[in-house]
Design a protein around this ligand. Structure first.
Ligand code: FES
Length: 107
């Protein structure tokens, strides 16, 4: 069961024992974390699940596919090297300790 650290907009951190196989977005929604809106429900069409992945984990994730990459170009907050869509990050035991920061704005 990977532990995921969500850095919220106010700077506080929520650490959650996530279910392997769930996404970063699903885990956030399930635990009522504010700032991940997930308007499309995870079908990679809204970009309101944007998160900033901690530098230490960027290279441990599969790279974004074309669709995610395109959506990341249109996110509300600035796109940074660690920008990913939370619905496209599937949690595994290997991602234990993953930290993601929720951006200032999703819309
Ligand atoms: S939830 Fe819509 S793109 Fe991730």
């Amino acid at each position: 069961m990977p532990t995921i650290h969500y850095i919220l907009k106010d700077g506080s951190t929520r650490s959650i024992d996530a279910k392997a196989g769930a996404s970063v977005m699903e885990t956030a929604i399930h635990h009522n974390l504010r700032g991940i809106d997930a308007e499309c429900g995870g079908c990679c069409s809204c970009a309101t699940c944007h998160v900033y992945v901690d530098d230490a984990f960027i290279d441990r994730l599969p790279p974004p596919d074309d669709m995610e990459n395109e959506l990341l170009d249109g996110v509300a907050s600035e796109r940074l090297p660690g920008s990913r869509l939370g619905c496209q990050i599937v949690l595994t035991a290997e991602l234990d300790g993953l930290a993601v920061r929720i951006p200032e704005s999703q819309s």
